[in-house]
Design a protein around this ligand. Structure first.
Ligand code: GLC
Length: 749
């Protein structure tokens, strides 16, 4: 763990500042004074150096020399505390102005102890748990000298073909804003200068998840109104939460790459939101504006990025190469450079980096602490979503004497961790197979035959062995899904069926007549309709992380009750994409009673099917809707009432209802509140999530739940691009998901 040792006399007066760095207004004035004092001493080269982030290249001595000369402001992807100490020592003792480096790393869902991927954590609908997970990640990462994580990723993701849906918090703006803010709290803690705090970096600003065709890095076409009503709110919430930095996105939106987009970086982020941290580009996204065809060469890319408001360039080195010349040519103003450096220095001061904390490499490790593993298990339990449970087949009872474990994900310590795991060690992964053997192997016969070796494995010669053990068992546990490499950045898929021979495996073991419980570990929704039909029960685990095995074992045997809810809609088929709950109604909305393909008469008349918006071969209904998830118990909603049915824009609406646990297991329900603005100056979504709450209920218990909703939260960017509440009729629902529930109406005058 870090202990505070000052390095060099030059830090003493800064130490005094850092020690009292609080968020009070007066300290900010002191902070700004020190920023200005330091800026005034800097040469142009040193200023450009602060705007330059490198990833380790060449020999360490070469990097040290660049640091010594003040040519580097940040280094990413160094996680060896000895190396970090050495680099900081050069920066703090041997450079002219002793400005510390800020060390960055992608700590997306854990550093060493790996939590469920963010899409899985979102399924918990539990801000406290999400915050706790980020706190654990920060403690472990800070212990080696990482001061900055490139997270949370708060791109709205509505296309499961896009591999990075795994890193997202799902399709909903309100859920993403709420959980993204929770992650920022967890990473940054209550005081950014705390030794366990790391700077957050909401990304990717903005609209990246709307990549055309779900193909990573592809163009997006999001008009300003949709940007403001759907994609920007989570980032605004991140600024309100005090996020220290922002990262631009790779995509061009309506022809403008975010890394050169003055509108979002200056007008929205700085002028409208008053963000005072710093903006970093994504990996080489400055240089990539050449490939976009937005810049003719590196010099123009540097010019457009600096002038748009990208304070720090990640790894493409164009600022160091061109800013001095651009300044001399009058294409960049010194004020712009100074503001970029101010933003960077401000964050470094807030982080307490000038009070150089030497990493005590002899301190006891905090990696995989029992408390960290326990929290990771809690998160894996809360992230599990029960999608099917025919005849209450789960939880397994002591009638089960023999279990057949099959599938390539039953014992996959690397793949169970999911994408964006740079530092987690697969040797610490507790897989379902091992957890079941350890916890139940003494009293239940556990047979194992993977059937296929890995998720893409098309070979079927291993299925016979799986069938053979299925015949001997009381239940088959089929662990299927996708390898980690099929998920995450640059890993888009055009087909979302289970890869390889996994579906054949499920069909073959189901054919034995032994009940099958299918457990999916994946980084995205998969089109598992036929696999679910062959299964008695289906549980979904968006790559559950280090402790996925023990969590699943507890869930299967009822030591824990599943309560996760889908943060993203599941399509029946990839052709239905995009499919999400908060869609517009269209002028010919789907009725749900349309005649589908097999029901169409021969030579049916051209208009006989009713001209509504649906797919003849798939309908519009998702396989599972947003917010959906079952439990081992059942819940009943009742007595919905609202504080008034006519409200003014300045009023608050109180929504009250009862939830009863009508089953036999103590459990937690995620009660959800949705609203529809029935008509407006622009078309509005058919449903929008506005509140949710986790309600713990003992078997038979009833609780009254109350949500307070300021009418102002119904505001949206209207036809004149002004954010306001429009008068009119509203529908309101409370319920277990975005499809079912109790409804009422109210009017805003
Ligand atoms: C990657 C990702 C970004 C990440 C960065 C640094 O390409 O787009 O999310 O933080 O580069 O690894």
């Amino acid at each position: 763990m870090k202990k505070k040792i000052t390095i060099g006399l030059g830090c003493l007066f800064l130490l005094a500042l850092a020690a009292c760095t609080e968020k009070s207004q007066s300290t900010d004035k002191k902070l700004e004074t020190h920023v200005e004092n330091l800026l005034a001493q800097m040469t142009l080269e040193e200023k450009i150096g602060q705007m330059n982030q490198i990833s380790p290249w060449g020999e360490p001595t070469q990097i040290a020399e660049a640091v010594r000369k003040g040519e580097v402001g940040s280094i990413l992807n160094v996680v060896d505390p000895v190396a970090i100490n050495a680099l900081q020592q050069v920066a703090m003792e041997e450079s002219r102005l002793k400005i510390p480096l800020i060390i960055g790393r992608d700590v997306i869902h854990g550093f060493k102890t790996i939590f469920p991927i963010p899409l899985g954590q979102a399924a918990s609908f539990d801000p406290q748990l999400v915050e706790a997970g980020a706190r654990v990640a920060a403690i472990e990462a800070a212990s080696v000298g990482v001061a900055w994580t490139f997270a949370p990723m708060i791109d709205i993701a509505r296309d499961p073909r896009w591999g990075r849906i795994a890193e997202s918090l799902g399709e909903d703006s309100y859920l993403t804003a709420t959980l993204g803010a929770a992650m920022i709290r967890g990473f940054q803690g209550s005081d950014l200068s705390d030794p366990t705090a790391i700077a957050a970096c909401p990304k990717h600003f903005v609209g990246y998840g709307a990549a055309e065709g779900g193909r990573d890095y592809a163009s997006t076409f999001i008009p300003e109104r949709t940007l403001r009503n759907v994609y920007l709110p989570p980032f605004e919430a991140a600024v309100r939460e005090g996020a220290a930095t922002f990262m631009t996105s790779f995509n061009d939106n309506d022809g403008v790459p975010s890394t050169g987009n003055r509108f979002i970086l200056e007008q929205v982020l700085r002028k409208e939101w008053a963000f005072d941290g710093f903006v970093v580009s994504d990996w080489a996204s400055v240089a990539e504006m050449i490939a976009h065809g937005f810049c003719k060469d590196g010099k123009e890319a540097a010019e457009k990025a600096v002038n748009a408001g990208v304070d720090m360039e990640m790894v493409s080195g164009l600022y160091v190469a061109h800013v001095k010349e651009l300044l001399a040519e009058g294409k960049i103003r010194m004020e712009t450079i100074d503001n970029a450096v101010r933003n960077i220095l401000r964050v470094k001061f807030r982080l307490g980096l000038f009070e150089q904390s030497h990493i005590d490499t002899e301190a006891p490790s905090v990696f995989y602490a029992e408390a960290h593993l326990a929290k990771a298990k809690e998160a894996a339990v809360a992230s599990a979503i029960l999608l099917k449970n025919e005849g209450d087949f789960l939880p397994l009872t002591d009638q089960i004497k023999t279990i057949a474990v099959v599938g390539p994900m039953a014992d996959a310590p690397h793949d169970q961790l999911g994408t964006w795991v740079f530092d987690g060690d697969k040797n610490y992964t507790r897989t379902p197979l091992k957890a079941l053997q350890e916890e139940y192997g003494d009293r239940i016969r556990i047979l194992y035959a993977p059937g296929t070796a890995y998720s893409r494995d098309r070979a079927t010669d291993g299925i016979a062995a799986a069938v053979a053990i299925a015949r001997q068992a009381d239940v088959v546990l089929a662990f299927v899904g996708e390898e980690a490499i099929l998920s995450g950045e640059a890993h888009s898929l055009a087909d979302l069926n289970l890869q390889g021979a996994q579906s054949e495996l499920i069909a073959a073991v189901a054919k034995t007549g032994t009940p099958v419980v299918t457990l999916v570990m994946a980084g995205r929704p998969l089109t598992i309709e036929r696999d679910a039909e062959a299964s008695r029960a289906v549980m979904y685990h968006f790559h559950p992380g280090t402790m996925g095995g023990p969590a699943i074992a507890d869930l299967l045997f009822g030591k824990a009750v599943p309560g996760g809810k889908l943060p993203v809609t599941f399509p029946r088929t990839v052709g239905q994409i995009p499919i999400y709950h908060s869609h517009n109604n269209t002028g010919r909305p789907y009725q749900g009673n349309e005649t589908l393909l097999d029901g169409i008469a021969l030579e049916a008349g051209q208009t006989s099917l009713g001209n509504t918006s649906f797919y003849l071969d798939a309908g519009n209904d998702p396989l599972y809707p947003f917010g959906y998830g079952l439990s081992y118990t059942t819940f009943e909603y009742g007595n919905l009432s609202i504080s008034a049915d006519r409200l003014r824009p300045t009023d608050e609406l109180t929504v009250t209802f009862e939830v009863t646990n009508t089953g036999k297991y103590d459990a937690t329900e995620v009660a959800q509140l949705y609203v529809q603005d029935c008509f407006g100056s622009v078309t509005r979504p058919v449903k929008e999530l506005k509140r949710f709450a986790r309600v713990a209920l003992k078997a038979g218990e009833k609780k009254t739940v109350s949500f307070t909703l300021p009418v102002q939260e119904l505001a949206f960017y209207t036809i004149d691009m002004q954010k306001k509440v429009e008068p009119g009729d509203f529908n309101l629902w409370v319920g277990p998901n975005s499809r079912d529930g109790l409804q009422t109406t109210f009017v805003v005058e």
